[in-house]
Design a protein around this ligand. Structure first.
Ligand code: URA
Length: 210
């Protein structure tokens, strides 16, 4: 049974998302907002991680203080729009490793085609957090997760800004154990597989390529 996606309804997340959606938001503003939003989403996506205790010494005495149990992180942005989420994530978890997966969407078939993959060798011992602002058809997200698993990843979460139900269904069918976190499930995909009402092409808006 797949996990139901978690919609992060925190007011700060929703407000910033609205600013990002607006047509008149500039490339610079869009990039800053995505960077600001990312750690807020990571905060929610990690709230159930198990804790253990570690013996530490404060200036006054020893104590058993809570720390995250075991798992180290690896952020995996899907190129290129996922890069816009990376800096904000690293601000929150500086020692995390970073893997990169490059996929493009074949404009005719809408299938994901891999052109790059570089992951840490110990990905199997890490919590892999896949980053892509847009979960549209789910094809590239699903291909990225398959690739990660082929490289040994066993514990994977997926964070996006916007999702379409169609993409969630594709991802959940192929990778039911992967938890999905999003700030919104939008109405539908249009004929070009863009999320509606959405925010347009996240990569173009982030890098000013349109
Ligand atoms: N990718 C985007 O950048 N935007 C969409 O709406 C769908 C996929």
């Amino acid at each position: 049974m797949p996990h139901a996606p978690t919609v992060i309804d925190h007011p700060l997340v929703q407000h910033k998302l609205t600013l990002m959606r607006r047509r008149e938001t500039t490339t610079g503003e869009f990039r800053t907002l995505l960077r600001e939003l990312s750690p807020l989403m990571l905060y929610e996506a990690t709230r159930d991680l198990p804790l253990t205790t570690r013996r530490i010494t404060t200036p006054l005495e020893d104590m058993d203080a809570p720390v995250i149990a075991g798992k180290k992180f690896c952020f995996v942005p899907i190129l290129r729009a996922g890069l816009g989420m990376l800096d904000g994530m690293q601000d929150l978890v500086p020692p995390a490793r970073v893997g990169h997966i490059g996929l493009y969407r074949d404009p005719k078939t809408l299938e994901a085609v891999q052109y790059y993959c570089k992951l840490p060798a110990d990905i199997g011992e890490r919590l892999a957090i896949v980053l892509d602002p847009m979960l549209a058809t789910g094809h590239s997200a699903s291909a990225a997760l398959t690739l990660l698993k082929e490289h040994g990843a066993r514990d994977v979460r997926f964070i996006c800004l916007l999702a379409a139900q169609a993409g969630i269904d594709v991802l959940a069918a192929a990778h039911p154990e992967v938890r999905i976190y999003t700030a919104s499930i939008d109405r539908e995909l249009n004929d070009h597989a863009y999320i509606m009402p959405g925010l347009g092409d996240a990569g173009d808006r982030l890098f000013g390529t349109k």
